[in-house]
Design a protein around this ligand. Sequence first.
Ligand code: PLP
Ligand code: COI
Length: 354
Amino acid sequence: MMIKINSLPIEQCNACPEEYSFGVTFSDHMFLQNFDQDNGWNDANIGPYRPLSLDPSAAVFHYSQEIFEGLKAYKDVNGGINLFRPEENIKRFNRSAKRMVMPEVDEALHLDAIKSLVKIDKAWVPDQKGASLYIRPTMIATSPKLGLGASSAYSHFIITGPAGSYFSGGLTPIAVFVSDEYRRAVKGGVGEAKTGGNYAASLLASEEVSKIGYSQVLWLDAVNGQYIEEVGAMNICFVYEGKKIVTPALSGSILPGITRDSILKLAPTLGYEVSEQKLDINEILADIDSGKITEVFGCGTAAVISPVGELGFKGNKHIINSNQTGPVSKHLYDELTGIQYGTHEDKFGWIHKV
Ligand code: PLP
Ligand code: COI
């Protein structure tokens, strides 16, 4: 299927602002296609960024049949624009679609849509290292019906916007609260799908911990309340004695992060050992307190590599690396962003040129 392009005249296009934070400013154009039972996916087009018109009874508003993705386009220091492993986001989008009983999107068309959209809005890709164009593919259920069941109509759209650091301090360590009260997801549920309800379910805990000085929640498994899963907007890694990186094994209830996977592949080439394990929160906290764990960091597309300087649990504060950014977090940040911005060789073939 061809993508119809209806771009704004150049004089109506905006340029990237000099200042931005994450997810509040959007580029001039968007991609949209619709699905119905008779035609399948149809009317793929790129046009001006605009409001959607939906029936108030649209299924997405009532039963949260929705999925999304997050990836970035980076200005390459040598010229051009880089996408980082977009095929992985496209595959995960279809896995989420399957889990939420939504129609899959043709992978080649999805990649073409992302590349074409970034090309049209290339003036919106920030120049500064550390900033990028955030890309948000989304699918919503649009059938106007209140009976509970999978929708028969869907919209798939992609919006983009310039993004700076997800956390206001950049590489400065954040404080994370381990929730003993709330649970995010359970094996057999939808925790490993990127669907809005997982995030809505996390908001109350996030609000509560932000009032006591924490910027994210670390979730424990829902059955035992004992094993570490992930953080609200990122996966989590623990560094033992500056050389071994340990992260929770994929459990079925956590998001299989693409940044997590990239670290598991990249770190061994930099001399680190890596391991995916079932991690008991009590053992991890004991290893932090004894100094065996020398660094903790979160990893995700929006979060990149975010050092964690403190874990709060059951009224106690566990301080990591004197609340400073450690050398391993910095090293991985430099190597990963080096590939993304073209200052380091892309040995894995992760970069797609736009
Ligand atoms: N876990 C959650 C809940 C997330 O929202 C994200 C961000 O997308 C991640 C982990 C990290 O995934 P990725 O590295 O693919 O962005
Ligand atoms: C991303 O990192 O792309 C995400 O989707 C996380 C989101 C909470 C901003």
